[in-house]
Design a protein around this ligand. Structure first.
Ligand code: SF4
Length: 451
């Protein structure tokens, strides 16, 4: 998961790109970068760390330009290194081209191998660079047409922003795994991973870019074209479960509304369960717990204080860091917990190590009973579409039964939300289908290069 944001035709383009990336910071914290279009030349600044650490007033002034695209990264392929910070910029026979990518290309290795054999020299180990080399090999003069004919060679998940002098292009894979929305701010166009960044930048949402659709923004005008026939729309359901900000609109409803409904459905599935209080693992768990509380009548209480300055444990790239930040960031509120039977809701249970620490923390604070309720089904299969669950071995639900997991995390009871309840709460419906492959092990849209 990464975040991308672009804005055109605005004298404050680089600064607004900064605002957009700052708003999308929850989507990745490894690196941040902005490329601006400074009248024929692309200017680039990127670095490791948070948006606020990478940019300051001087770097934003130096970027200047009337259009800008930006990226914040959390790595799925390619190491956590500055050379993989995006946007990537390549000088091609079509001139300078920049790309910002959210997703994962499942046939990138095969394509890269072929391109290297024909002389391409890669600057990064990121899968995202493949599309630039494919485009660079093409002999046409029109970048949009070049990209349209080469995007069909890619398999997997992508939302792309491209920039060349005088041109910004957005494109979304034929299944629509990763999000991309279009907004307007006066005469400017905005492309963003989430609607919240359009809102914060002062714009208004126009619409979602459709799966297999490309938007070409040139001379203040946006034109739309299909580069691939629409496939079954399978947006990643984890946008609602965990990734997206509660104020973002996904599949026609805010993430906040979907999470509240998920909490209510958990309560219905656990009807009759007695407890003194219900709470959530902050931040996403809080809304689930409020929905649960309303439905069940069990009072909501906050049992953990979250330190907001430690980063999100799920998206740290290595296990050692993940465990360290998980420990740092949640502090139990002892007098709320002591002597209580607690229903605690978390968004998902991936490796089980964080849940074990959280349950242990409640016990040490004097909880009488801990029922762990998970707002999604067991994750039994890895994601090949840009989310960091790369091997089955790491997934506790692939190795253990629910009862064994309960014992591992030390809870008195463990309940997972049913898949049907999750899909319904997120919007359901035939035209609003979701990718649920990590819950089912059945993959949609993986071609020959897929695993
Ligand atoms: S496999 Fe899971 S995490 Fe990956 S895109 Fe599908 S729903 Fe999202």
């Amino acid at each position: 998961m990464c975040g991308i944001f672009g804005i055109t035709d605005n004298k404050d383009a680089a600064k607004l790109a900064y605002v957009g990336l700052f708003t999308l910071q929850h989507r990745g914290q490894e690196s941040a970068g902005i490329v601006s279009d400074a009248g024929g030349a692309l200017r680039h600044h990127a670095g490791m760390g948070l948006v606020s650490e990478v940019f300051d007033r001087d770097t934003l002034d130096a970027l200047g330009g009337r259009s800008a695209i930006g990226h914040i990264r959390y790595s799925t392929t390619g190491s956590s290194h500055i050379k993989n910070a995006q946007p990537l910029v390549l000088n091609s026979c079509l001139g300078p081209v920049a790309v910002a990518h959210n997703g994962n290309l499942t046939n990138a290795d095969a394509l890269k191998d072929r391109l290297q054999k024909s002389g391409a020299i890669f600057q990064s180990s990121s899968d995202s660079e493949v599309i630039l080399h494919l485009a660079a090999k093409y002999r046409g003069r029109d970048l949009a047409a070049t990209l349209a004919s080469n995007l069909t060679k890619l398999e997997g998940a992508y939302a792309f922003l491209f920039m060349a002098p005088g041109l910004v292009i957005g494109a979304r894979d034929p299944h629509g795994y990763r999000p991309l929305v279009l907004g307007r701010l006066g005469r400017s166009w905005i492309l963003s991973s989430e609607t919240c960044a359009i809102d914060v930048a002062g714009g208004r949402l126009v619409r979602e870019i459709e799966p297999g659709e490309m938007v070409v923004i040139k001379g203040g005008r946006a034109s739309f074209r299909r580069f691939a026939a629409p496939a079954r729309h399978t947006r990643c359901i984890f946008e609602q479960v965990y990734f997206a900000r509660p104020d973002s609109l996904v599949a026609g409803r805010t993430v906040q509304t979907a999470r509240y409904e998920i909490g209510a459905r958990l309560a219905r599935e656990l009807a009759g369960l007695k407890a003194d209080i219900v709470s959530g693992v902050p931040d996403s768990g809080t809304v689930y717990a409020l929905g649960y509380s309303k439905e069940s009548g069990i009072p909501y209480r906050t049992v953990f204080m979250r330190n907001h300055y430690t980063g999100r444990s799920f998206i740290q790239p290595d296990q050692r860091l993940r465990e360290f930040t998980a420990h740092l960031k949640l502090a139990p509120i002892k007098d709320v917990i002591k002597g209580k039977s607690i229903v605690l809701i978390d968004d998902s249970l991936v490796r089980g190590t964080t849940s074990k620490k959280i349950v242990g923390s409640l016990r040490r604070a004097g909880a009488k009973k801990v029922v762990m309720a998970i707002a999604s089904p067991p994750i039994i299969a890895p994601c090949y579409f840009g989310i960091d669950t790369p091997t089955r071995r790491e997934l506790i639900a692939d190795r253990m039964s629910v009862e064994k997991i309960r014992r591992f995390i030390g809870a008195d009871a463990l309940h997972y939300l049913g898949l049907e309840s999750l899909v319904d709460a997120c919007g359901g419906g035939t035209d609003r289908n979701f990718c649920v492959s990590c819950f089912t092990g059945r993959y949609n849209g993986l071609g020959k290069g897929g695993r």
